[in-house]
Design a protein around this ligand. Sequence first.
Ligand SMILES: NC(=O)c1ccc[n+]([C@@H]2O[C@H](COP(=O)([O-])OP(=O)(O)OC[C@H]3O[C@@H](n4cnc5c(N)ncnc54)[C@H](OP(=O)(O)O)[C@@H]3O)[C@@H](O)[C@H]2O)c1
Length: 331
Amino acid sequence: MTSTYIMDFLKNKWVVPKDTRPSFKGRTVIVTGANVGLGYWAALKFVQFGATKVILACRTISKGEDAKRRIDAQTKRPETTEVWQLDMSNYESIKAFANRANTHLESLDIACLNAGMMSMSFKRTDAGYEETMQVNVLSTTYLALLLIPKMRASKTASFTPVLEIVGSSNADIVSKLVSDTEPFAAYNKPENFSSAGQYSTSKLFVNYVEQALVPLVANKETGKPDVFVTVVCPGACKSELARNATAWYFVIFKAIFSLIQRSSEEGSRTYISGVDQGEKLHGGFWKDDTIRPPAPLQQGEKGKKLQKIVWREVTDALIKDVPEVKQLAAL
Ligand SMILES: NC(=O)c1ccc[n+]([C@@H]2O[C@H](COP(=O)([O-])OP(=O)(O)OC[C@H]3O[C@@H](n4cnc5c(N)ncnc54)[C@H](OP(=O)(O)O)[C@@H]3O)[C@@H](O)[C@H]2O)c1
C-alpha cells in the first residue's frame, strides 16, 4: 500500500476536490450509470454547467426517468436530458446503445464511462466472465471502442472530445496478480475471487485499458490525440456501490468506513474537473485535483509487460463474442 494511498484515505472526508464550474455550453455528453451515486451527480453538473445534451445511460429506464425528473426539477432544462437504456453486462445492449449514439447524436464531446460495480460473490455473466470484470473492464472497453470513432469525428479546431473512464486508486493497492501470464483469465475463475480484491484489480485493468487506448486515438497524420482519454477517481464516496454487502461483517465495516467517506456530490467534482484538464491529463490518472503517478503494477518493465498481456486478453475475450473489436482496436 503506497503512502499516498494511506494519506488520501485519512484526509478523504475533510479535503475534498475543488468545486470547479467549467462551461459545457454546446457539448453533448454521455454519462453511464447516471441514475444514482456519482454518475447522477456528474450528470446533474453537466446540465447545470450548460451542456446542450446529456444522455443518462441507465440499466433500468424507470430509474433513469426518476433521475431525469430530479435533474430537470433542479435545472429547469428538461430538453437537455434524455434517458437511454444501457445494460453493461450485455453486449447486445451496449451495441444498441452505441449505434443509437452514433446515429442520433450530432456530436459526442464527452463520454463519462462511470457505470461500475463491486460484486460480493462470484457470479458469471451470460458471456461467461466474472461480473465485476465484465462490467468494469470488458464492457467498458467495448463501449469505449464503439464510441471512439464518433468522438474522433466530433473534434473541432477548438475542442478535443474527452473519453473519461471512472477508475479507482484502489488499483494502487494491488501489489501482486494471481497470475502474471494470464491475469485476466485467472480473475475469471471462482477460486481467485475476493470481492474487494476483484474490484481493485478490475480498476488496475481499467488503467491498462486506458494505456492501450492512447495510441489508438492518435491522429494518423499529426500524432496528436483526436480524443483525450483519462481515468478519474472520485475518492471514497457514499453511494450504492456496496449495496450487496449485506453480511453482518460488511455492515460493520461499512458503518466504520462511512466515517471517512465524502459525499457523491463532492466525489463527482473530480469528473467535472477531469474533463477540463486538456492534453496534460491524456493517458493520465486524476484524483483530488492532481495527476497521479501510475499504479505500482503499471510501472517499470513488469508494468509494461502486464499491460500488454491484459490488453491482449481483454481484446481476445471481446473479439470472441463481438468480432468487430478486432477492427475497432486496430488489431
Ligand atoms: N463510491 C466510491 O467510493 C468509488 C470510489 C472510486 C471509484 N468509484 C467508481 O465510481 C463509479 C460509480 O460508482 P458509485 O460509487 O456511484 O456506485 P453506485 O451508486 O452503485 O452507482 C453505480 C452505477 O453503475 C450502474 N451499473 C452497475 N452495473 C451496471 C450494469 N451492468 N449496466 C448498467 N449500469 C450498471 C448502476 O446502475 P443500477 O443502479 O441500475 O445498478 C449505477 O447507476 C464506479 O465505476 C465505481 O467503481 C466509486
